[in-house]
Write a protein that binds this ligand. Structure first.
Ligand SMILES: [Zn+2]
Length: 455
């Protein structure tokens, strides 16, 4: 009689090989080692009863926020509970993200980008990129509408990534010339040109701020069809997430100010307080809950305003138009993300499955966009649950919400409780590897890849 670490019994498995197929999975040392309708004559240290429950590969979320700096240190716990097994922080700071993996990790595989802050980092962008990768980043992020750079800086970054093709240049639209809206998106696409780059959360630029939202969506699709080198993503929550920080009475983020104006509030500290008080703005608490009204204001003050606020500004109808669009026969929106993590909107699974019900996409298309394609960008192979594959998976319970999440072969979430801790980090350089191991972290060396790196 042989022995494995863990058996997942009698789940209804759907992976890139199809399904649902009833089977048992045997897991040892982070890998699936057995798959059969019934694993007899094998014993296991632990068994998960998944009888008749949907079993999917773990979600690979290409865009989340996990750092203390953004008030998101609790994010890895929320991800584990949402069925996510691998994720990329889309702002850093990398040292902060790595520290939260060590101190507040949930047993996941985590990579991070480093944001390019306006000012000093803009003066020598080649050195900024180099320094970020050496610090363990997978690439750099332009924070656009929140903390705008000069348009020339975005063009320079596009030139650097076009020459190197070994890091992710992710851009949130908006610059010192445009806000992070539809207009900012058109500018970002023009500035990036034919560079192999990544345009963050396309859905957030079609909120009807410049034209009506349907027109913005169709024009966004048109522009991106003309720029096949750009990879893009959508998230599926109606809530946004933006910095709630106030400095000397003014809002630190230009995007937060813009959204408040749009919702009819003053674009200052008082306006934000009124929006929270009215129940429009939800403040993210240290444990990752959205808090509103008096309680929300208390949480915001207790954090000395350094937390995030969620406002209901996304138009799901326009997002669906983007998700339906194709470019050269493939989905125009290659990835589904949450832009969540510490921002409590990790809804890729429940919303993605709803979109499958609505026939907006097939189950296989959901697996491609929420797992396979983002994993490939990270140089990882995910989405199949066969012997030899990574043991990253999620068992769905009632209302198709995660009941058990298994990451790297370990149970990290079970029946409402996050039990994973620590985690592994993804890096692309020797220096990044050294900087992670110095912190006592297990680092996995990888190579970033976008389809447009080939051309
Ligand atoms: Zn983000």
């Amino acid at each position: 009689m042989s022995r494995v670490d863990l058996i997942v019994r009698n789940g209804s498995i759907v992976d890139t090989d199809g399904g649902p197929h009833r089977a048992d999975l045997g897991i040892t040392e982070g890998r699936i080692v057995e798959r059969a309708p019934r694993l007899a004559r094998i014993s296991a240290a632990r068994t998960i009863d998944a009888d008749g429950k949907l079993v999917l590969p773990g979600i690979v979320d290409p865009h989340v926020h996990l750092s203390k700096a953004f008030g998101c240190a609790h994010g890895q716990r929320l991800l584990a509970a949402a069925g996510v097994t691998t994720a990329v922080d889309f702002a850093g700071p990398v040292h902060d993200v790595f520290e939260t993996v060590a101190t507040q990790g949930a047993g996941l595989l985590i990579g991070s980008l480093e944001a390019v802050a306006p000012g000093r980092a803009e003066q020598n962008l080649a050195a900024t990129v180099e320094g970020s990768l050496a610090g363990g980043a997978l690439g750099v992020k332009v924070l656009g509408g929140h903390f705008p750079l000069h348009p020339e800086s975005i063009s320079t970054l596009a030139d650097i990534v076009a020459a190197r093709k070994d890091f992710l240049l992710a851009v949130h639209a908006g610059s010192t010339r445009t806000p992070g809206d539809f207009e900012g998106m058109q500018e970002a696409i023009t500035l990036l040109g034919d560079a192999p780059a990544y345009l963050a959360h396309l859905n957030s630029y079609v909120r009807g701020e410049v034209h009506d939202d349907a027109e913005e969506a169709s024009r966004a699709i048109e522009s991106l069809r003309l720029h096949p080198s750009l990879t893009t993503e959508c998230y599926l929550s109606t809530l946004n997430g933006c910095p709630a920080e106030v400095v000397d009475g003014a809002l630190a983020s230009a995007a937060t100010a813009r959204h408040l104006r749009r919702l009819g509030y003053a674009d200052d500290s008082g306006g934000l307080e009124a929006a929270i008080g009215d129940g429009q703005g939800g403040v993210v608490s240290p444990s990752g809950e959205l808090t509103y009204r008096e309680h929300g204001i208390e949480v915001w003050r207790a954090a000395a305003t350094r937390t995030m606020v969620c406002l209901p500004v996304n138009h799901l109808g326009a997002t669906l138009a983007l998700l339906n669009a194709r470019r050269d026969g493939a989905p125009l929106v290659a990835h589904l993300c949450s832009d969540g993590g510490g921002i409590p909107r990790n809804v890729t699974l429940p919303m993605g499955l709803t979109l499958v019900d609505w026939q907006v996409m097939t189950m296989q298309e959901l697996l491609q966009r929420a797992i396979v394609a983002p994993a490939r960008m990270l140089g990882l192979d995910r989405g199949r649950l066969q012997p030899g594959d990574a043991a990253d998976l999620v068992v769905l319970g009632s209302h198709r919400l995660p009941e058990v999440t298994i990451a790297g072969g370990a149970i990290v979430f079970r029946h409402g409780e996050v039990i994973g801790h620590g985690g592994r980090v993804l890096v692309t350089s020797d220096e990044g590897h050294a900087s992670a191991t110095e912190r006592g972290l297990t680092a996995l060396r990888t190579r970033m890849y976008l389809p447009s790196f080939d051309s």
